[in-house]
Each structure stands twice: as structure tokens, then as C-alpha cells.
Design a protein. Structure first.
Length: 128
């Protein structure tokens, strides 16, 4: 089965926003594929404000969360692989959900080398 994490993230973000609160993501910045400014990382983690007023081009797909955000007045493209998301919560009251650690999705295995086939014999026969 596919991960339920992207579905839960979308639903919880909507729920937090619908209640007039500010959604934040807690992300493990040490996971490969996390793209955030190094200055935002503290103790190997980063907290990202994902409210509509704080981000642009916000999108959650099956593999990652990505958006544009400003850090220190400078716009950055942010990418967070789904398995790097540790929690989503409302800043004002800390209500939300923590996630169990999840392994990175397996990479597609390299194609198996095709075994050498023995040379085929001719199917023609000499008829006398």
C-alpha cells in the first residue's frame, strides 16, 4: 500500500487553516533530499510555516512537500521528502499529529542483466 502520510498532511493542514491557526511542519533536515536553507536548521531539524500567507506554490504529492518560502527576506524553493516529515501541528496550540519514522521509498532496482542465450540452430533442413 502507498503511504498515508501525504493524505494526512493535506487533511491536517486544511483542518488547522480552517480553524484560523498556523500550520507548521517539523522536518528531519538530515534526510537526503531535504532542501531548506542551512541557516533555518537547528539541531538537525527545521520548523516550517506552511500557512497560505507564508508560502507560494504549495504542493503535496505522494513523494514530497514543496513550496516557495522566504527566509531572512530571501525567497527559497523548499523541498521535503515525505519520509522526512516528523509532525504537522498548529503553532498556537500545538494540536496536530506526529508521525512514526518511515524509511525512504525503495529506489527502482536496476534492470537485471539478460542471460546470454545460446545460439539458435537453423530450423531449415536439407531435403534430398
Amino acid at each position: 500500500m502507498t503511504s498515508n502520510r501525504p493524505y494526512l498532511l493535506r487533511a491536517l493542514r486544511d483542518w488547522i487553516c480552517d480553524n484560523g491557526l498556523t500550520p507548521h511542519l517539523l522536518v528531519d533536515a538530515g534526510i537526503a533530499g531535504v532542501r531548506v536553507p542551512a541557516s533555518a536548521v537547528k539541531d538537525g531539524k527545521v520548523i516550517l510555516n506552511i500557512a497560505s500567507r507564508a508560502v507560494g506554490q504549495f504542493e503535496i504529492d505522494q513523494q514530497s512537500v514543496h513550496f516557495l518560502a522566504r527566509f531572512g527576506g530571501v525567497s527559497h524553493s523548499v523541498e521535503v521528502p515525505m519520509h522526512a516529515v516528523l509532525a504537522i501541528y498548529a503553532q498556537e496550540n500545538n494540536q496536530g499529529m506526529m508521525f512514526q519514522p518511515e524509511d525512504a521509498p525503495p529506489a527502482d532496482p536496476p534492470p537485471a542483466p539478460s542471460p546470454e542465450e545460446p545460439p539458435k540452430r537453423s530450423h531449415l533442413r536439407i531435403v534430398k
